[in-house]
Ligand binder design. Structure first.
Ligand code: SAH
Length: 244
């Protein structure tokens, strides 16, 4: 009996130590990631740098890849899709020029990582994903991790989320070959759309909507994203209606 009394607290302490090591492990990795991969490449917004340090990227990727979570590159998340390189997530977030009270739309939920990063910086995040398995697991993951201001939906992001429009800013994490007009329509005047555009050669662009509804476009850097499934593509998706 004495032995059991001793063994149980001992095992419990071992478990605590494991947990603590895990916490230390990822905080250290995230801090180095921010310094070397993000700050050195020119991202400056302190709120963006902080949220990149505080978001557990390893919780958004398949368990067997966890140890690679803070490396300088994209990683597979299943269904042929990828979680973007940390620098690109930080850069796109900075380009949104957020103040804290925005209502944001993301196209391409994927793992939910970009949505989690945005969650801490704005008032509400709406995120659409076209692959059902991905959006289902991202929704569970975001909920478990406590990101309560993120709402996800299975659907075709090319059409935006008209019921929740207008948005202060929109971020697209899959590349359409041209700017989706519905996204411009659902952007508030003065709002920003951060989007990679192009087929093989893609350019990350910041599109600003003027008060009179016209737009201005600025090229940032060449990038490589997975293609956005376009309404004109004839990809049958079971149960999901795609307008052609
Ligand atoms: N932001 C994600 C990574 C996105 S990868 C993250 O942080 O993990 C791009 C995602 O866009 C993929 O999951 C892909 O399935 C999705 N996608 C492609 N076309 C789409 C469309 N038309 N509407 C919504 N999502 C789309």
């Amino acid at each position: 009996m004495h032995q059991i009394k001793f063994v149980i607290p001992f095992l419990f302490c071992l478990f605590c130590a494991e947990e603590k090591t895990d916490e230390k492990w990822w905080h250290k990795k995230a801090a180095v990631m921010v310094e070397i991969q993000i700050e050195r490449r020119g991202v400056k917004d302190p709120r963006v740098l902080k949220v990149m340090r505080d978001t557990p990227r390893h919780r958004f990727i398949p368990p067997h890849l966890e140890k690679m979570a803070y490396l300088d590159g994209p990683l597979p998340i299943g269904e042929g899709q990828t979680i973007s390189q940390p620098y690109i997530v930080a850069l796109m977030t900075e380009l949104l020029a957020l103040k804290g009270d925005e209502k944001i739309l993301e196209i391409g939920t994927g793992s939910g990582y970009q949505a989690a990063v945005l969650s801490a910086l704005v008032s509400e995040v709406f995120s659409i994903e076209i692959v059902k398995n991905l959006v289902d697991s991202a929704a569970v993951r975001l909920d478990k991790l406590g990101y309560k201001n993120v709402t996800t939906r299975w659907g075709d992001g090319y059409k935006g989320w008209p019921e929740e429009a207008p948005f202060d800013a929109i971020i697209v994490t899959a590349a359409p070959d041209k700017i989706p007009q519905p996204l411009i329509d659902q952007l508030k005047a003065g709002g920003r759309l951060v989007v990679p555009i192009g087929a093989r050669q893609q350019e990350l662009k910041v599109i600003t909507k003027n008060e009179d509804g016209t737009i201005q476009s600025k090229n940032i850097i060449p990038v490589r994203f997975v293609p956005m499934v376009h309404p004109k593509d004839s990809i049958p998706i079971k149960g999901l209606e795609i307008e052609r």
